[in-house]
Design a protein around this ligand. Structure first.
Ligand code: DLL
Length: 445
């Protein structure tokens, strides 16, 4: 059996050296790579060269990193409009892997990798694991879905490159996950945070307590989750829960990761250049101000992505991190600009509802927001699961809990919403990204 040495997290892995580059070296490297990648996109991607020609700003005009703002944005619909291969900058013979991300409407988007791109991807995943204190001494249960979703293979190859022992279990079959976690002495788990919450509960039902397992680290991402959710996970499972960020269009998981300080996510800036813009005007935001994250891939060959508008809302944290990494940090991604819904004139993000309800004792982080329209008026109902102990309480106690949650949400959103407490296990569990909103408004308005 592998034993994780107590000080494994303190060992210095050479791959992490790039996390500590002196800032001027890092900026010089970024500028050099930006020029190369902008030229590649200009020479090989018709959509990009057309836009640069229209703007009258070409790759050879780039003289500083600030000039990035003069490059055109790329948006998700560009990938849809050029489906499947229109954004590729390399011929298919040089593409060694395709992934695809399903959209809510129409065709999916296709993303591609050259051998070199895969190496970059593995290297940022290695650096991600190191930042979480994971080493080759760890046994990693990879419960991200394998397949077209980037989570499974992205984490897999990174974990192997680190030299850890990987269990490629993929998502689903929760009872087996728990058995494997215990019997194979798993020390690290990778999956969506909502799925891990489900694992904790299922383990309890099976008479197991994950706190008694050797598990010590979780690498959770692919969906927004709150600080309250982290607390819940860490308390209920006794592990350190790290936030990992990424998106298929840029590379997959490994764009950014929380270090041991758990105060924001370091972006692997030598490969992904971050900007924050006002999502309405497209103008840059000051460091510390919230806006939409825009990312430029500085080394990706198959699909060089210039100023990709992620729709993810965050900020650049201005202060340096106590961990010593020179890579800039972004705040936890609490929401997307497009998962926002408007109810009676108020902008609502599911993460706000999550934070409000997790502030109340007796709830578990399984909830769903159901939007309906009655006589032209939007109604919002939050269905919240309660713990089995609470569910068997008196009617009075349940009513009290319901009112407490209503008040908690009203405090944050400023609107009155209906709360429905539901029995444990009523809300469908997801093995991947959780579905938080059911919008029935168009159906019955
Ligand atoms: O979700 C890649 C990934 C896999 C990231 C595993 C982390 C772990 P997509 O399916 O293309 O790729 O979805 C990308 O998911 O734009 C965010 O809106 C959301 N997202 C990803 N990570 C986080 C996170 C993968 N840590 C979209 N916090 C992104 C909040 C996240 N949202």
């Amino acid at each position: 059996m592998k034993q994780t040495p107590k000080n494994a997290g303190d060992w210095f892995h050479p791959a992490a050296a790039l996390d500590y580059l002196p800032v001027d070296h890092l900026r010089a490297l970024q500028l050099k790579r930006l020029k190369t990648i902008a030229q590649l996109a200009y020479d090989r991607v018709a959509l990009t060269s057309g836009r640069m020609d229209t703007a009258g700003f070409r790759p050879q005009d780039i003289s500083s990193l600030d000039d990035i703002r003069r490059l055109p944005f790329t948006v998700k619909t560009d990938l849809r409009d050029t489906y499947p291969f229109g954004m590729f900058a390399t011929p298919l013979e040089e593409v060694v892997r395709l992934h695809s991300s399903s959209g809510t409407t129409g065709k999916p988007i296709v993303v591609a990798y050259t051998q070199e791109d895969l190496e970059v991807w593995s290297s940022v995943m290695v650096r991600s694991f190191i930042a979480c204190g994971v080493s080759r001494h760890d046994v990693i249960q990879n419960a991200y879905g394998y397949g077209l979703f980037t989570g499974g293979l992205g984490a897999h190859y990174g974990a192997e490159a680190l030299g850890a022992t990987v269990i490629p279990i993929s998502g689903g079959a929760t009872d087996r996950q728990i058995m494997v976690m215990k019997d194979f002495c798993v020390t690290v788990v990778c999956c969506t945070p909502s799925y891990f919450v489900h694992m904790i509960e299922r383990a309890r039902e099976l008479g197991e307590d994950i706190r008694n397992f050797p598990l010590r680290v979780g690498v959770f991402g692919a969906e927004p989750w709150s600080e309250a959710m982290r607390k819940h996970i860490e308390t209920e499972s006794g592990i350190r829960a790290h936030d990992i960020y990424g998106l298929s269009e840029i590379i997959g998981p490994g764009v950014g990761i929380e270090c041991d300080c758990q105060k924001g996510l370091h972006i692997f800036e030598d490969h992904f250049y971050p900007e924050i813009i006002n999502p309405t005007t497209g103008e840059p935001c000051k460091d510390g101000d919230e806006g939409e994250l825009v990312l430029t891939t500085l080394s990706k060959r198959a699909i060089p992505m210039l100023r990709y508008r992620t729709r993810d809302i965050t900020c650049i944290i201005p202060e340096p991190c106590p961990c010593g990494r020179t890579l800039r940090r972004i705040g936890r991604i609490s929401r997307r600009s497009d998962d926002m819904f408007i109810i009676r004139g108020v902008n609502v993000f599911p993460s706000q509802v999550e934070a409000a309800l997790l502030a109340v004792e007796g709830t578990v982080p399984h909830y769903q927001i159901v939007l309906t329209r009655e006589k032209g008026l939007d109604q919002m109902e939050v269905q919240v699961e309660v713990t089995p102990e609470v569910f068997t309480d008196t009617v009075g106690a349940l009513e009290h809990l319901q009112t407490t949650i209503e008040k908690s949400i009203e405090n944050i959103l400023g609107i009155n919403v209906k709360i429905r407490l539901v029995e444990p296990h009523t809300i469908e569990r997801s093995m991947g990204k959780a579905k938080r909103i059911i919008d029935k408004r168009n159906l019955n308005s």
